[in-house]
Ligand binder design. Structure first.
Ligand code: UD1
Length: 348
């Protein structure tokens, strides 16, 4: 059996590492890797491949940045050529980025079966490019690999459940696997001098491309009772002109996945607009403030573990003070999502 896996952005490298490790254990599967080049900076891409020991991509499309249409179109055109040549049994796509929809669309037009890892998530906000990408990818996929029961129910409402399998979440597998490696490889001191801090990330278009929202977030960070450590995505860095903030915000370069796990482990709480980090905070039992107006990972909201605060500085500052939490439940499987995914691909 031949699989072509398509990845391009930071969170996809982490998810693919889990599945690729499982594929390596099996006989009779050829895994061809396409990197679209959506993320291309060394610390946004190469470092993840090295650290997570992901096989070197067979193809790099070197698409780079651009408007959504242009970026997606370039990926689509180049992927199509490769799929015609490789003739895989499956195309495997991950998550909700422009690389996901480009890969899925190229395969669909060539009548190649598509499997979607992290299917069934919805924010119900079509202003997010990610929401368009995931709705469309789920609709044209042949196999939906689903991380949570809530996502299964959402697929049922869209009459897509027939092709869906609950696998658990690859990000949960990942954190279980890489946690110890993070501690062996890095020390906190090698990343930051702060001992007590909140860990923050900001990169979503709805926050970075709206000056008022970005300012509100930076105002909240500036007024917090602990330093806010902020590994900064290049998109956000490029939008900081005119934004006022003080030295309570400790900006550092984007960190690797293992460094991120270590920071998470040592943080007091998390502030983020990322989907992945909300869940990683939950897995590591760190309270989270989500700086968006909705979340796809609604299970994390139970028991005060995560609060939706948008870009409302007052609400962010209020919720960061909550310190009462209920016992957590395991919503995201038992750490065998990678195995379940490869089983599903082999059995269909
Ligand atoms: C993308 C995904 C988002 C995911 C995120 C993870 C889409 C629509 N969005 O957002 O769902 O959560 O990746 O990080 O696919 N840039 C660099 N160097 C890089 C990559 C990006 O400088 O290596 C800058 C460029 O200025 C670029 C901007 O970041 O224009 C945005 O990059 P892009 O890949 O379009 O989207 P992300 O914001 O990273």
């Amino acid at each position: 059996m031949k699989i072509v896996s398509i990845i391009g952005a930071r969170p996809q490298f982490i998810k693919a590492a889990v599945v690729s490790k499982e594929i390596k254990k099996r006989v009779g599967i050829e895994d061809v890797l396409i990197h679209t080049g959506q993320h291309y900076d060394e610390n946004m891409s190469k470092i993840f491949f090295d650290e997570l020991e992901i096989p070197h991509p067979n193809y790099n499309l070197e698409v780079g940045s651009g408007l959504h249409g242009a970026q997606t179109a370039a990926m689509l055109e180049r992927t199509e050529q490769i799929l015609i040549k490789e003739k895989p049994d499956w195309v495997l796509v991950y998550g909700d980025t422009n690389s996901t929809i480009a890969g899925a669309l190229a395969a669909a037009k060539l009548h190649i079966k598509i499997a979607h890892v992290e299917a069934g998530l919805r924010s119900f906000n079509k202003l997010m490019p990610e929401e368009i990408n995931r709705i469309t990818t789920d609709r044209i996929s042949d196999l939906l690999l689903v991380p949570s029961q809530n996502a299964m129910q959402l697929l049922a409402k869209e009459n897509l459940v027939e092709n869906a399998i609950f696998t658990g979440d690859v990000m949960f597998d990942s954190i279980l696997f890489y946690q110890h490696m993070a501690e062996e490889k890095y020390s906190l001191k090698s990343i930051t001098n702060e001992d007590e801090f909140y860990l923050a990330t900001v990169h979503r278009a709805e926050n970075t491309d709206d000056k008022e929202r970005l300012q509100n977030i930076f105002t909240a960070f500036s007024e917090m009772d602990k330093p806010v450590l902020l590994p900064l995505h290049p998109r956000t860095k490029s939008k900081l002109t005119g934004i006022i903030f003080n030295d309570n915000i400790k900006i550092i370069e984007p960190v690797s996945y293992l460094e991120m796990i270590l920071l998470l482990k040592n943080s007091s709480k998390v502030l983020t607009d990322s989907g992945g980090l909300q869940k990683e905070a939950y897995f590591m039992k760190k309270p989270c403030i989500t700086m968006r107006d909705e979340t796809e990972w609604i299970e994390t909201l139970n028991g005060n573990w995560n609060f939706i605060c948008g870009a409302n500085a007052k609400l962010i500052l209020e919720k960061i003070c909550v310190n009462q939490f209920d016992k957590q439940k395991e919503y995201y499987g038992n750490g065998s999502a990678g195995k379940n995914i490869v089983d599903a691909l082999m059995n269909i």
